[in-house]
Design a protein around this ligand. Structure first.
Ligand SMILES: O=C(O)[C@@H](CO)OP(=O)(O)O
Length: 249
């Protein structure tokens, strides 16, 4: 049996401010730092160790991984950063407050933008300062790879080649791996692994800073998956993520 660990970054500044984040490179809050350290503790206590780590090119995920590995005394571990694990690009919604956007456009519309599988949020123009084309970390990407907005289906399409060609062969060869990434890039992987329908993925919300363990057979088909930690708190944390897109009244 193979095991992989998926970890969403700890609380970020824009999680706390309830803003659509996407590819915006915001850092962790003090609570997010604590969550990342706690993830390391939970993993150590459960006897996990790793051979390779994968993360995005966004600091909230990178720092979460560093803190987790620090607690586990694994800072020497090779880390592979890829834009393919970045959060889903939220287009022109990036920076807007989620509850205010729901008050303006309705809870239903915001739920569609946040969780529908194949409907994209409004896109950025390439002149917009939020467009990733001028950011040096993406200089080797071509125009067609640089998103102006993404739905989850787009995130699945850009992440899956990396899973299939880079990560899955390592898992199959027996390496223990951790993937530290984002709510929606991890939903993309969960959808693929568990073969969740386009409709049902709407109800999947991944909380910050809680290790999600997948046990897989030799074909990398999941045998079971579970979060490490207090299960009641985890259910609450998932519900909180779902509620972020609701208007206050
Ligand atoms: O804003 C974002 O980029 C994501 C993750 O924080 O949010 P949501 O859960 O609304 O998809």
């Amino acid at each position: 049996m193979k095991k992989i660990v998926l970890l969403r970054h700890g609380e970020s500044i824009w999680n706390k401010e309830n803003r659509f984040t996407g590819w915006t490179d915001v850092d962790l809050t003090p609570k997010g730092i604590k969550e990342a350290r706690n993830a390391g503790r939970l993993l150590s206590e459960a006897g996990f160790s790793f051979d390779i780590a994968y993360t995005s090119v966004l600091k909230r995920a990178i720092r979460t991984l560093w803190l987790t590995l620090d607690v586990m005394d694994l800072m020497w571990l090779p880390i592979h950063n890829t834009w393919r694990l970045n959060e889903r690009h939220y287009g022109a919604l990036q920076g807007l407050n989620k509850a205010e956007t729901a008050a303006k456009f309705g809870d239903e519309q915001v739920l569609i933008w946040r969780r529908s599988y194949d409907i994209r949020p409004p896109e950025l123009s390439i002149e917009d300062e939020r467009y990733p084309g001028t950011d040096i970390r993406y200089k080797n990407l071509n125009r067609s790879e640089l998103p102006r907005t993404e739905c989850l289906k787009d995130t699945v399409a850009r992440f899956l080649p990396y899973w299939k060609n880079i990560i899955a062969p390592q898992v199959q060869s027996g390496k223990n791996i951790i993937i530290t990434a984002h709510g929606n890039s991890l939903r993309a992987l969960v959808k693929y692994l568990d073969n969740i329908s386009d409709q049902d993925i709407l109800n999947c919300n991944i909380p910050t800073g809680i290790p999600l363990i997948y046990e897989l057979d030799d074909e990398l088909i999941p045998l079971r998956s579970y979060y490490l930690g207090d299960q009641t708190l985890i259910q609450d944390a998932m519900q909180q993520v779902a509620n972020q897109g609701r208007s206050a009244g």
